[in-house]
Write a protein that binds this ligand. Sequence first.
Ligand SMILES: [Zn+2]
Length: 285
Amino acid sequence: MARTQTLSALSEMRSSRRDFLRGTLLAGAGVCLPSFLDLKVADADPLGFVMPTVAQQRQVGQQGAAEVLKKYYEVTDSRAHHFKAIGERLVQALPASERNMWDFSFRVLTSKEVNAFALPGGPMFMFTGLYELMNSDDAVAGVTGHELTHVREQHWARAYANQNRREGLAVAGLVLTHAPLSLAVAAALAHRALNRAYSRGEEDQADAGGLQDMVAAGYNPYGMVQMFTALDRVQKAHGGAPPVFLSDHPNTGTRIKHTEQRIAAYGSNRQWPPFTPLNYARLTG
Ligand SMILES: [Zn+2]
């Protein structure tokens, strides 16, 4: 069973389009991915649909964040403060029950890659390559709200449980216990979390949840459209591969259309605050 898991984790990583960490994390993975020793016979949950708990997701996220910080240079200037302020404003606008549920953190990493991502449990990373393309705080809030929603909807944990069920682990009655994960298991799960791509449905849900959070936090929701448009422009200018942030689902036109429909659903009388312009060059000074 452990071997099945390991092979499956590896094939997932190989096929992933979200491969920004592949080089470092897979070094020696063939020999170092541990067995899933924390799996044991379940004594509850007759459906066998067992998700990693919130505490376990937070553990995986912390482990993954440590890996990320080993590989990338973390920016600590005004950009870091700016991004953190936007993230925290979005978190403050969440329902009270959720605010303390997750380990939200917001860090900026030096990389030309046009990307941002969140790990299970809450750590979020913005690459300078994406950041410098954003024209307003509202556009940054669009990226951030989207990523926060992946955490809140527990997309990684759900996918993990689904995959186990598909592979027959649930049928065999093998599930994760609710005990804290061993370091080795948390590390293996972090590998998987760092390399997985989201489904179209999950991306759509993240767009919708992110937009809702933007509105609750007082951002202009058209910032999300502005963000998609900016990334789309980059893609067209380069004529090649889409920015990593869009690469899972390159149909940006559809995402813009859905976002505009969601904004329209607030009603035509709804007034939105003006965009808060973002002068990236000034932030770096
Ligand atoms: Zn996403």
